[in-house]
Design a protein. Structure first.
Lengths: 432, 716
């Protein structure tokens, strides 16, 4: 199958540096980050924002003051008020979902130019009032006279002050009650993945990211950012990458999710990070008529659900459908970007891709999809080193993959994420 | 147009002059308009005051009258106060006093009417307009963006003369009144309401209905005016002997620095005090007398002259062919580039500031944020507005695309080759053909930059002064190739930024730096002759300069001074030879404030490292000590500056004397109360100046030789 006029072409894509939560970018809300990358995409392409049909931004935890963070960021970036904006949410794939939504609209004839991306400020995930505190304030508010007020006040217990931590609750699956790390333990057990291979994978992620930083590989995708509220620093690099990471340091870490019998540690899990990424996407037809040279073209995409207890294997479930829509075979893929939520989960995916029984029983295929050559997977490191600002990651994978296809002069690449709640999303890019 | 309609045929129709239309409705509510609907600016001329007097007098005869609303001419215009031409034309104390009494007596008719009078304020309500509103029984203001209320008279060297000091002090209390009147502060509606200056603030389209509702409330209550009382601090510092404390603090602030050259605020202070110590009539009489004295004074004449100059400069922003710029690319993230970019962002342009030094860029954002934070704290701005300003300023080492950029401005090092390269690069990278290409050069020829650019007619100099956020002047430099449209667009931008543009020709130093060069050069000579820097600076401060020349050198920095003086000495060798001091200061790294001290230490009046540099230089060269007298210092510093200014006029660097006056007042801080450089020269006598310069030239050095043009003028 060849490229269609209505296929989605990525014209340009940039991201902020990814910085550890409660760190350098703590003062920036998701809208600050998104507005910055949006503006940079517009300024660097020189594209007239009035020609944009819609702005689509993924965000898993927008601030209460900017629930439709896409709209806030678009206006702040200088997109005219007449251009609509929508915030999309599919947990970890929200940034990729924005691209998928753009593709769907293009195919339906609902617009040809979209400003898309994902932004997350995990620093600013709120502490919520617990239900007892909420009840206390409600009762106090309802009191009509001094006696009732006094009675309501007397109901107060200090223990009610215990907050709900949004970031922790967001990382817990409400259906199974498992934290994300526990689902990774499940995947590890399913395929017998041991602690050493997880740590080795994590080390490799740091080493690859450090090497990429050294050869300035990210210069083509990072737009430096001066963070509010004081704007005193110019942030240019991802600060989670550990140049000096050693195996020994990784092995000393204690498991966090299953403290007694687990293998998943903070060292072999993704980092909690702030960041945003954005792309200007158009139809292939519009790119041609405007004389724009795309970075890459989206050839296939799919979302798929699976058992939430094994959510880490989501990419494996979404990929067959993505390949089918692209009209290519697994062996045609030259590069892979699979989001590193957990080392255990990426390793699990590699096993599942090459497992006849898994592909047959779980996916209904006749045989295994194929082997992933580790030298083609996450060649510049992944979320374990760079961090995983939830909604920004999907967009980052696509930008990184598009740039890498171009630099290595390769044709097809797969970007995929596992999604909390038991889903996977995958996209296939073809170098333009 | 029939301005008068009445539904009560039995009652006499008020005779209205078309200048002040008045209508009366069936309920006996009169609406007095201060101007015709087609007047976009309303001022109190003699005729309009008389017309208002007639309208109010005739309303007094009207038995059916139940209330009066006084409103402006059109949406967004109440009254901009007394006509400045009128103020400027009054030459004697008696004439001024009489004019004040006449005007106030007209306004007092509002009080004498038996019915309530409500002012419906939208747009400027300043000076005389504000004083009329203060005589009304109640004030309703609209939240229209043009609405401003206050008494700015002291800025013109006069005091409010139509009862303003008395009424405002009584209405809002002594401390508030002093705060407003002494500085000539104008308030937006919401702060005005907070101070008690207006009673209600409403949306624009509800102004008249609210005014009517308030009027009817008063009518129903059978009251002429609501009861008013000062409360809290306003009460204690006005109505009790504690007011002496407020007065003392204000007096102290007016006795220091340049304030001592301006008598009007001091008089206004005493008048405000009288509002609480003397009967009303006496206060009014004293106020009229004070206005008479001030209006005839040379300071007031100088300040009104300056006002006309600023109005003239603002008109440069409205020339035909001027484009409105919306998107700027500023290259060069130093103090100037960062300041200019911040200013553009604050005034609504989308700006990209580019520099290879990321630290400088972050500093630019941080400095802007400091400024915004200050304004947030003072509540001059809301959080979302500050955020929008920051959002408009992008900083990057990457220029991005130049598509859609309509202003390319460079503020990089003063190096012709670098500037040329940047401009060519901008064009090569797709800068639209109709974009303005601007340079902030202070010493390089604009035409030489334009030569490498296709369509060189759009290359124009926009010379900001340091710091760009604060300095009010912009020199718009017309190069050999520069088109009228480019000059017009640059002027329009300057006005939009709240600056005063003057158009100058493309010669070394343009106007301001050229006139400044002999002044700073001469200061360095005086230093090398062994005169104390404090003494030199003191003479200039007493002359009325905002800062002495030695302090100014520290501020500018000796590195910059050296660079400028090289250019100037090359161009004007006979009279602008640099002294060895600049180079010596640079060599010893005593650059001034930026390097940790020059002639003075960074803070305070203590001597800096430069004093030793001067001493060593004097010893090495065996320079004799020559103590200059005060008058010699003044003559040597100021007279050559005057000569240079007239040379600029004769060489057509600027078009008119007005440009000299505005340029030197706004660019150098030449004392405003002296009426600009030409005003001062006329007063001092051109003959005296030429004689003194001849004498200096004969006795010391031919550099003082006055120009032929100045000599010719002195003989005329």
């Amino acid at each position: 199958m060849t490229q269609q006029d209505t296929d989605l072409a990525i014209i340009a894509g940039f991201r902020t540096p990814f910085c550890k939560a409660s760190g350098a970018m703590q003062g920036a809300a998701a809208a600050d980050l998104a507005a910055h990358v949006f503006r940079e995409v517009l300024d660097r392409t020189g594209f007239d924002p009035a020609q944009i049909d819609e702005v689509l931004l993924g965000c898993a935890g927008p601030d209460a003051r900017e629930a439709n963070v896409a709209r806030v960021a678009a206006l702040r970036a200088g997109v005219p008020a007449s251009v609509p904006a929508l915030t999309v949410m599919r947990n970890c794939a929200s940034g990729m979902e924005a691209v998928l939504q753009a593709q769907t609209r293009m195919r339906a004839g609902e617009g040809e130019v979209f400003l898309v991306g994902g932004a997350e400020s995990m620093s600013n995930f709120p502490l919520l009032m617990g239900p007892r505190l909420v009840k206390f304030f409600t009762n106090l508010g309802k009191s009509k006279n001094a006696i009732q007020r006094m009675r309501a006040m007397l109901q107060f217990r200090p223990s009610a002050l215990k907050p709900r931590i949004a970031v922790m609750e967001g990382l817990t699956d409400p259906i199974t009650g498992l934290m994300m790390g526990n689902t990774a333990e499940n995947v590890a057990r399913l395929f017998g993945i041991n602690r050493d291979s997880m740590d080795a994978f994590a080390l490799q992620s740091h080493q690859r990211a450090a090497a990429a930083q050294q050869k300035n590989r990210f210069a083509s995708e990072i737009v430096p950012f001066t963070p509010p509220p004081r704007f005193q620093a110019m942030l240019c690099t991802d600060d989670g990458v550990r140049q000096q990471q050693t195996m020994q340091a990784l092995t000393q870490l204690r498991p966090v999710f299953d403290r007694n019998n687990g293998d998943v540690t903070v060292g072999n899990s993704c980092q909690i990070t702030d960041g945003a990424a954005a792309m200007l996407v158009t139809t292939v037809r519009r790119a041609k008529s405007l004389g724009l040279k795309p970075l890459a073209v989206l050839r296939g995409a799919a979302s798929k659900g699976l058992d939430p207890a094994y959510m880490g294997l989501g990419p494996v479930h979404a990929t067959p459908r993505a390949l089918q829509t692209a009209g290519i075979e697994f062996k045609d893929l030259d590069l892979f970007e699979i989001n590193e939520a957990f080392a255990a989960q990426v390793l699990g995916c590699m096993r599942a891709f090459s497992s006849d029984s898994y592909c047959r029983d779980q996916l209904g295929l006749s045989s295994a999809l194929g082997e992933i050559d580790p030298s083609k997977l996450n060649v510049n490191g992944g979320a374990i080193a760079l961090g995983h600002p939830i909604a920004a990651s999907g967009a980052r994978l696509l930008i990184t993959l598009a740039q890498e296809l171009r630099q290595q002069n390769k044709r097809y690449g797969l970007a995929a994420l596992c999604i909390g709640g038991g889903q996977g999303q995958a996209m296939i890019l073809e170098a333009a | 147009m029939n301005a008068t309609t009445t539904h009560e045929p039995k009652n006499p129709v008020p005779t209205t002059a078309p200048l002040v239309p008045c209508t009366i409705d069936a309920n006996g509510i009169a609406t007095v308009r201060l101007g015709r609907a087609d007047e976009s600016v309303v001022t109190f001329t003699r005729e309009r005051l008389l017309a208002l007097g007639e309208v109010l007098s005739s309303l007094r005869q009207n038995r059916a009258l139940r209330g009066v609303i006084i409103a402006g001419s059109a949406p967004g215009m109440f009254c901009a106060g007394a006509d400045i031409n009128l103020i400027h034309s009054i030459a004697s104390v008696e004439e001024g006093t009489a004019a004040a009494n006449t005007g106030r007596e007209v306004f007092q008719l509002c009080q004498q009417l038996p019915v309530p009078v409500v002012a419906a304020i939208e747009g400027p309500c300043v000076g005389g307009g504000c004083e009329l509103a203060l005589f009304c029984d109640l004030r309703v203001a609209s939240d229209h963006p043009a609405t401003q209320i206050g008494l700015p008279e002291t800025k013109l060297g006069i005091v409010p003369g139509f009862g303003g000091t008395q009424n405002m002090a009584r209405l809002i209390g002594l401390p508030n009144a002093l705060d407003m009147i002494l500085a000539g502060k104008l308030l937006k509606p919401v702060p005005a309401k907070k101070k008690g200056l207006v009673d209600r603030v409403v949306p624009s389209d509800k102004l008249l209905s609210t005014a009517l509702a308030e009027l009817q409330k008063l009518i129903q209550q059978g009251k002429k005016a609501p009861k008013r009382k000062l409360r809290g601090a306003a009460f204690w510092f006005s109505k009790t002997p504690l007011r002496a404390i407020a007065a003392r603090a204000a007096r102290k602030a007016l006795s220091d620095g340049p304030a001592k050259f301006y008598p009007a605020p001091r008089l206004a202070l005493e008048l405000c005090l009288q509002a609480f110590t003397q009967p009303v009539a006496q206060g009014f009489a004293a106020e009229a007398r004070a206005l008479g004295e001030m209006i005839a004074s040379p300071v007031s004449k100088a300040l009104t002259h300056l006002f006309f100059l600023t109005e003239r400069s603002k008109r440069l922003g409205k020339q035909p062919g001027a484009a409105d710029l919306s998107r700027g690319l500023i290259v060069g993230g130093g103090v100037m580039g960062a300041g200019i970019a911040s200013l553009l962002a604050q005034k609504g342009l989308r700006v990209r500031l580019c520099d290879l030094n990321g630290e400088a860029l972050a500093k630019a954002k941080a400095r802007l944020q400091d400024d915004l934070t200050k304004r947030l704290k003072r509540r001059h701005m809301e959080r979302h507005e500050a955020q929008a300003v920051q959002d408009r300023l992008a900083v990057s080492s990457d220029w991005g695309s130049l598509v859609g950029v309509d202003l390319f401005l460079e503020a990089v090092v003063e190096d012709l080759a670098v500037k040329r390269k940047l401009m060519s690069e901008a064009v090569a990278r797709g800068l639209p053909a109709d974009a303005i290409i601007a340079t902030n050069t202070s010493s390089l020829p604009v035409f030489a930059m334009a030569e490498t650019v296709p369509n060189p007619e759009r290359v124009v100099g926009i010379h900001f002064f340091n710091p760009p956020e604060k300095m009010p002047l912009i020199e718009v430099i017309r190069g050999k190739h520069t088109s009228d449209a480019a000059v017009a667009t640059a002027c329009r931008l300057a006005v939009r930024l709240g600056k005063f543009p003057i158009v100058v020709q493309d010669t070394p130093g343009f106007l301001v730096n050229r006139c400044l060069a002999p002044y700073l050069n001469e200061a360095s000579r005086l230093l090398l002759e062994g005169n104390e820097p404090e003494f030199i600076d003191r003479v200039m401060l007493d002359f009325g300069m905002p800062m002495g020349p030695c302090r100014l050198l520290d501020e500018v920095g000796f590195d910059v001074a050296t660079k400028v003086s090289e250019v100037m000495s090359k161009a004007f060798a006979s009279r602008m030879q640099p002294t060895p001091l600049f180079a010596a200061m640079v060599e010893k790294k005593a650059l001034g404030k930026k390097s940790g001290g020059g002639i003075y230490a960074v803070r305070g009046n203590r001597p800096g490292p430069g004093v030793q540099v001067i001493e060593r230089l004097r010893k090495e060269r065996g320079m004799p000590t020559r103590q200059a007298s005060r008058s010699e210092v003044l003559q040597r510093l100021i007279y050559p500056m005057i000569d240079e200014a007239y040379r600029c006029l004769d060489e057509k660097i600027v078009a008119a004397e007005q440009d000299l006056d505005l340029g030197l007042v706004m660019g150098i801080g030449f004392p405003p109360f002296l009426g600009g450089v030409t005003g001062f020269a006329q007063r001092e006598g051109l003959k005296t100046i030429v004689l003194a310069l001849d004498e200096l030239a004969r006795k010391t050095d031919p550099r003082f030789q006055p120009s032929d043009g100045l000599r010719r003028r002195s003989l005329a």
